[in-house]
Write a protein that binds this ligand. Sequence first.
Ligand code: GLN
Length: 542
Amino acid sequence: MIRFVFITGGVVSSLGKGISSGALGALLQARGFKVRLRKLDPYLNVDPGTMSPTQHGEVFVTDDGAETDLDLGHYERFTGVVSRRSDNVTTGKIYSEVITRERRGDYLGATVQVIPHVTDAIKDFISADLTDEDFVICEIGGTVGDIESLPFLEAIRQKANELGPERSLFIHLTLLPHLTVAGEVKTKPTQHSVKELQSVGIKADVLLCRSDTSIPLEARRKIALFCNVRPERVISAPDVDTIYEVPLVYHEQGFDTEVCKHFGIESNRKLNLRRWHDIVRRTKNPEGQVRIAVVGKYTELPDAYKSLAEALDHGGIANNVGVKMNWIDSEIFEKEEIVHHLEGVQGILVPGGFGERGAEGKIAAVKFAREHKVPYFGICFGMQMAVIEVARNLAGILEAGSTEFGPVDEQVVGLLTEWNNSGKLELRSENTDLGGTMRVGSYPCALKQGSLAREVYRTDKIVERHRHRYEVNISYLEKLESCGLSFSGLSPDGRLPEIVELKGHPWFVGVQFHPELRSKPFDPHPLFESFIRAAVDHSRLV
Ligand code: GLN
């Protein structure tokens, strides 16, 4: 029997609904249940792929090639359940489906309306592509009270009504602000938010209350009374030192026990939280620290590189060290002396990115890492910039560049116009639409015998997630390999360079894919584990 848990948010945005959903998933998993997590996003974009990372945070990519909300990354990191295209929907996607059906004549003369046509499409999404899951946790993006989320709230109200309380549960995540002058947490915004939810016919069953510290019993009782929820279902969700402590803290507060009780599941069912205790213990007791410079473009919004920051932390957990990240806007290197910013770091990472702005600064960071033998990790755009740097400064191809920045004489990085996608030929040109047309999703890659990549992965064939439009030009392979840049990972047909590494350097690796998307705290990605180990070794040298 599949049970559905709907998670809404109130009072303010950014309360960490994605982390709360992921943590609940982890707790239910720890009781032996099979879970699936889904996100319903109220914005009008068909997917976040065309949105700036500084607007909406990182775009998370699934194995099956969907560009999705970053919360799906939290879900995967907390549960290890691989997300699919069917786990994220937006208003834009729902409406474009409804309109396509209308144009096809599927509605047989009916007037097409939000209720029932849009709400039906949302409900179809909620229950699509499920098999033997015990729980489906559906997070509704945005904040209750927003105009955009109304059709989603209406759809989950209908869905829960159809399922009945034995198969549905509403959790509302709110904020209890702490007023220093009054010396207490205030419950009024929560009361209003619960009322707002009630006005659309949804009664919260469990309230998850975010606050800087644990909520006093008195406040819990008051919220219970005013919000028509049992006191034990007003769960305190205080700030914690590391997000991986969230499942443990929620469990201590009785969160998963109350969720199970609602569904009539015995609360003494076996529960194994060992993996979370272990991660938290390692995170809180590091044996050392390394400093990594992340030289990127969207450095003002930490969410823009969410999975990357997490994957670096996972690399730290694997090596029992803390990872301090210096987020550096690469444009600064076009104006200021690079050494002031990179001296004293034990690793340099250039992450994924788009567009010409700041590219020369990234190339300068690669040059610094190469010449000073500082561990270097280039991801996607960071690999492309590494190849350009080596082409210009080691192979003497002075005009080396990327066609992403306009016409260049030496197209060391060029537009990917055709490639093989599981036997299907994909074709692109300069005029193709920007949305949903990149090389996205999982692709296989063969690793070269004797390479660092092969040693790190301990296998000769890997599958990693991609999201890019440009690619290193294979016709430069010989010239670049002759000056030490080995093409250690190639697509199985040998046409697309996937990994490069520099010989004679302690750790210099560029990858065309995004390894950070597959890293988990309990299963750190081997490349991040190895990169952080190299950073630890580098710190011992100086
Ligand atoms: N802009 C580059 C491309 O499209 C790199 C993309 C990325 O880093 N994800 O190929």
